[in-house]
Design a protein around this ligand. Sequence first.
Ligand code: CUA
Length: 174
Amino acid sequence: MNWRKLRIFILTVLALALIPATRYYQIDVPLLHFLKGSRAIDPLTLHLAGEFVENNLGTEQGADGSVTVRMIAQQYLFVPHCILVPAGVPVHLRITSADAVHSLAFNGTDYNVKVLPGTISEAQLRFSNPGDFKTVCREFCGAGHYAMRSELKVVPREQFPVLRAGERGNCAAQ
Ligand code: CUA
């Protein structure tokens, strides 16, 4: 390979790296997979298979009474739109993004969870008292960022429905 060809090759690689979409899938996703190990997830196939398919989203009850909440953040909403959890119980949150970087926060609490495409963010939450909390996005993620908000309902433990295996709680179940 002569210098001219080499120069064209290098410039082409640089140009490709500058296209955000190309950069994201050629560099960021493999890098995230490498860094995050088992927490890696393909943002393009969330709705097709795996942990974050639609009927697996929402609140799941463990045998020990703790709950796991699974959510997706995407421009410009959180899915499910309304989350129902019992008060005074450990809540294990698992969330991922279908597109941009978001940040899930519950107004009136200190919880703030960064959500990235290509990886599963986990957090341990606990809400001592019942109440309604506004769920907001705190990372600028595009034109609809300021409208990206949803609800969290914390109900007294005895009012939280008993969920069967495979059943997911949501606000409509209350
Ligand atoms: Cu999502 Cu801001």
